[in-house]
Design a protein around this ligand. Sequence first.
Ligand code: UDP
Ligand code: MG
Length: 315
Amino acid sequence: MKTPILFIVIPCYNEQEALPITAQRLTALTDDMIARSLIDPASRIVLVDDGSRDATWQVISQLHGADSRFEGVKLAHNAGHMNALWAGMTLSAERCDCVITIDADLQDDVNAMYGFLEEYRNGADVVSGVRSSRKKDSFFKRTTAQGFYKLMKKLGVEMVYNHADYRLLSRRALEALLSFGEVNIFLRGMVPMLGFKTAEVYYERGERVAGESKYPFKKMVAFAMEGITSLSNKPIRYVLLLGALCALLGLAMGIYIIVSFFSHHVVAGWASMMMSVWLLGGLQLMALGMIGEYVGKIYMETKRRPKFILEEHLK
Ligand code: UDP
Ligand code: MG
């Protein structure tokens, strides 16, 4: 097998603090990989600026100026983590043999890439980095994240447990992924749909090298919702089930009310009426909201908007 050309794709949103450190580590890493003939010298590190508001782009331009190994991609607006990855992968696909995506904060151990490459050499098309422990994550992040993985499994979405978006894709797996036409993308749920030979590499998750999480609670919830509604139809089915249960309950209530009406005198059931009004009202709203969520998805999909808009590409 020939030495592969590796493209490392990194989404960067307001990462001016982390980038210099990250770049330094990746320079050392790729130097070593080239020296050991694990990757071709034509390999690149693609830094995707996802519409940052700080000096991220200046840092990227400098890196590119100093070392042609660094490519810069500047998105015209904040398209989001997934779309930034998509942009980087799209612009790399034609020039690489395999691509590795990793976050800019290096919470994921870069040394796992040696394992990725080994699995790739052994014929894997998809290699997922799996966190063997989340000790370094806050209790909150850990429990919410793990709850999310379990929920997704219940909803019938195939996902690698404790694997985020640190992975290697061979050229053909990448091309297959990029042929997905959907606009709402949730990569870690889509990659398992590709099939191909897959492998897992375990590593310890560390702390951010610098800066703060770009995933505040609000974004995390939105991300989880995105994952659920863009990949699973089950919530609709559950709402339907709940509706059916409520209807049954209403029927039982009706019988109870009729029986008590005939057996002893009751004041017209204000309480039960109010209860059902509230209960049904709430359920209906919930169902409507859920349906609205999907209708919204259809609406977005029909637009066939581009997933990202490229502003500049230094290569
Ligand atoms: N990111 C991005 N666009 C966004 C938010 C985040 O490209 O709108 C990038 C960010 O720069 C980082 C990666 O996505 O490289 C993961 O973000 P972060 O490390 O802040 O998330 P956490 O590890 O806290 O979940
Ligand atoms: Mg992080």
